[in-house]
Design a protein around this ligand. Structure first.
Ligand SMILES: *[C@@H]1O[C@H](CO)[C@@H](O)[C@H](O)[C@H]1NC(C)=O
Ligand SMILES: *[C@@H]1O[C@H](CO)[C@@H](O)[C@H](O)[C@H]1NC(C)=O
Ligand SMILES: CC(=O)N[C@H]1CO[C@H](CO)[C@@H](O)[C@@H]1O
Length: 420
């Protein structure tokens, strides 16, 4: 019973910032569990006083007590269940019920546990393979999409209709990782070979699958705002990181020098068309670029440049081991628009985790929503004890809305300190 009260304590602390409504609910639950506990106390103290009879009477009283105790336990259990469901509601947490009618049989099959053919594996201790999808796959906004995603004829081609954009929609809603499927996906008909020039030469239209996108060619894409990144000849990335446009723009060589020639592998978070990885590749640094195909075929474009695209949102724990990267590069999209500072903290700790000691974190024109956010970010970085090798705060006129406040940008190169 002590554990019940503890659980309440935890819950209250965890949801300190939750809505007024949810705290009221918690109060209610707290009251209900306290009542249950009082009831238990009453039951335990009352009976010995009443029971003064012979052996047979004792027996009877004992069975009565045990019946009451089990009744109390049942009540506690149901309180716990109610509490858990309230917690889930507050978190927006749903559990995927594989037997729900909207879950397609293929998804059910995927999620089923698969026993290992030789029984228990002595090294890992597991007896079966489990496959998972995230809890957010079952949120009301994702479940219909997921059902669509997992409805197909096994062994045939995957549904062509907006298939790729469906995957992006799901992962950006937190349904990540996506389930595997038993259908053949559409691949571009022509993969292009590697080589120096392919990194900056125009990528042929045939190197990517255009299904699900408004444009069906690069010429069309170049004309859109998002397409400037794709234009490797005249576009926005052409001289980025090799020619400075202002004090917030650091050059790759400058940053590599700060790393004293010890930068060999890096991770670019939200790296778009991987211009950064291309520049790094020219300097023999291998960079993995996380990119999402929002409104344009980013991943296959990056691959066509001979670079490594990683299909991953910033909401996901990075699929890398601790302390592996010499460099993490982060630009615009890093937590932008997320009001909760804890979100940034979770992200920052994960960045810190994958960086090796002495590795560099390059914040590149990081757009701080306002001064408050800049202060928060600065404080956070200082708490990590990184050495500031470069630190530039700049303002740029907001070209988007005339007369708007200038935007605050932070560019910094920070070095991860050793920790005990
Ligand atoms: C780049 O600009 C030049 C000159 O304006 C033009 O001839 C060329 O077609 C452009 N290339 C691309 C890929 O847009
Ligand atoms: C990259 O590696 C190649 C082959 O080892 C070497 O010839 C070249 O000089 C290196 N480039 C840089 C910038 O270090
Ligand atoms: C609470 C209760 O049932 N008490 C009983 C315990 O046993 C004695 C003797 O059999 C009864 O007289 C009590 O009523």
């Amino acid at each position: 019973m002590g554990s019940v009260s503890l659980k309440i304590g935890d819950g209250t602390a965890r949801f300190r910032r939750a809505t007024l409504c949810s705290s009221a609910l918690h109060l209610l639950m707290l009251l209900s569990v306290v009542t249950t506990n009082l009831f238990a106390l009453y039951a335990f103290t009352r009976h010995p006083n009443n029971g003064g009879g012979g052996g047979g009477g004792h027996q009877k009283n004992l069975s009565l007590i045990s019946e009451r105790v089990s009744q109390i336990l049942r009540e506690i259990e149901s309180s716990q269940k109610r509490l858990a469901s309230i917690e889930r509601e507050i978190l927006g947490y749903d559990t995927l019920d594989p037997n729900h009618p909207s879950v397609p049989p293929e998804l059910r099959l995927f999620l089923r546990r698969h026993p290992l053919p030789l029984g228990r594996d002595s090294r890992s201790g597991i007896t079966d393979m489990a496959s998972s999808v995230s809890h957010l796959c079952s949120s009301p906004s994702s479940l219909p999409l997921l059902s669509h995603f997992s409805s197909y004829e096994p062994y045939s081609s995957c549904p062509a209709n907006a298939d790729l954009s469906l995957a992006v929609k799901l992962v950006t809603r937190g349904c990540e990782p996506l389930p595997r499927r038993r259908c053949a996906s559409k691949s571009p008909s022509r993969a292009i070979g590697g080589g120096g020039d392919s990194r900056w030469g125009p990528v042929p239209d045939k190197a990517v699958d255009w299904s699900g996108f408004g444009c069906k060619s690069f010429d069309c894409l170049y004309k859109k705002p998002i397409g400037r990144e794709f234009d490797l000849i005249n576009g926005s990335e052409r001289f980025r990181w090799v020619r400075s446009r202002g004090k917030n723009d650091f050059l790759v060589d400058e940053v590599l020098n700060l790393g004293r020639g010890n930068v060999r592998i890096g991770f670019d978070i939200g790296g778009g068309t991987a211009g950064f990885a291309a520049r790094m590749a020219e300097r023999n640094v291998t960079v993995v670029t996380s990119t999402l195909d929002i409104d344009a075929p980013f991943s296959q474009f990056v691959a066509a440049r001979g670079l490594f695209p990683l299909f991953l949102t910033a909401g996901q724990r990075f699929p890398f081991h601790d302390g592996v990267f010499d460099l993490v590069h982060v630009w615009n999209g890093f937590g932008e628009g997320n009001k909760r500072k804890e979100w940034l903290e979770f992200l920052m700790f994960d960045v810190d985790r994958v960086l090796r000691v002495g590795g560099l974190l390059w914040l590149d024109n990081y757009h701080c929503l306002d001064d408050e956010r800049k202060r928060e970010l600065t404080m956070l970085i200082e708490r990590f004890g990184y050495k500031k090798l470069k630190w530039v705060v700049g303002e740029k006129a907001d070209t988007g809305n005339a007369g708007g406040k200038p935007k605050v940008y932070l560019s910094a190169v920070l070095q991860k300190p050793p920790r005990g």
